[in-house]
Write a protein that binds this ligand. Structure first.
Ligand SMILES: C[S@@+](CC[C@H](N)C(=O)[O-])C[C@H]1O[C@@H](n2cnc3c(N)ncnc32)[C@H](O)[C@@H]1O
Length: 265
């Protein structure tokens, strides 16, 4: 499974940038030192200099998947790079050195940017906030769309990380917060209480198969027609496959190494 995942990721790199060998080699170190910077030269001629490794993953993922969706936009590539740079600057300011571990910006954030710019949802429900990478990316795309609100659920008000404690979603800039509603509690308690019309759902909370299936089934009950069902970490268990096989009215439009997106028809 790990080999397939790495092969898929390498494919995204080779299909997106011309300096693919050095980029793929550098990206394999993203857990070791996410603040290490690389230059990217995209196949359409766009060049982005000095991007931290995680940010580079995000931007390459945007490039690859927005082409698949036929919605690639050079200015969006630049805007997403600037959002990622803002995030990494805040990480550098907050932590003295790179907090090693499996975190940082990832491919899923580029997919979210591509999906939101393309489908322009009116209201998206997200489960799992943590530092707020995904919330920052999605709210930025919504601001650019001039439409869209985000409701995010997390069971914790704070995030404790590498000796620091911050409010949940601390990365989200103040000017994006007017379109953001945070609900605190377990998704099994909070989701059934929500009374919101929504046309997009993004799972990124507890990745147990049972919880993922609960969230997908709940979202399916309420998601509008032509709405988007999105999930991160679909490679961790069978929940995404089970859900999509059971509900044949969902058309899968993205299946990356870790992230899936389907449209409800
Ligand atoms: C992977 S992180 C979310 C990352 C975030 N979406 C991003 O990309 O920046 C998972 C978050 O889900 C929260 N969480 C875990 N289980 C949960 C549950 N059952 N209900 C609500 N939140 C949960 C954790 O507190 C954690 O902040």
């Amino acid at each position: 499974m790990q080999i397939t995942k790495n092969l898929k990721k390498t494919t995204y790199v080779f299909k997106s940038v011309t300096n693919s060998l050095e980029t793929a080699r550098a990206l394999s170190y993203w857990r070791e030192n996410g603040l290490r910077k690389i230059d990217l030269e995209f196949k359409d001629g766009s060049k982005i200099a000095a991007l931290p490794l995680g940010a580079a993953w995000t931007v390459i993922s945007y490039y690859y998947w927005s082409h698949k969706l036929n919605s690639y936009d050079t200015q969006d590539l630049k805007d997403l790079s600037n959002i990622a740079l803002y995030i990494y600057n805040r990480i550098e300011e907050t932590y003295d050195k790179w907090p090693k571990g499996g975190w940082g910006m990832q491919g899923t954030h580029g997919i979210l940017y591509a999906l939101i710019r393309h489908f322009k949802p009116n209201h998206l429900i997200e489960t799992g906030i943590a530092h707020g990478y995904s919330a920052t990316v999605m709210l930025s795309a919504m601001k650019k769309n001039q439409v869209g609100k985000l409701t995010s659920v997390d069971n914790s008000k704070v995030i404790k990380f590498f000796g620091k404690e911050d409010r949940i979603g601390w990365l989200v800039p103040e000017d994006l917060r007017s379109d953001w509603d945070i609900r605190i509690g377990l998704t099994k308690d909070v989701l059934p209480e929500l009374n919101i019309d929504f046309d997009a759902f993004y799972h990124d909370s507890d990745h147990s198969e049972q919880n993922m299936l609960f969230e997908f089934e709940w979202a399916n009950e309420h998601l509008q027609r032509n709405g988007l069902m999105i999930s991160d970490d679909i490679d961790l268990n069978h929940a995404w496959h089970i859900f999509n096989s059971k509900h044949r009215n969902y058309r899968q439009i993205i299946k990356s190494a870790t992230t899936g997106a389907s449209i409800k028809e």
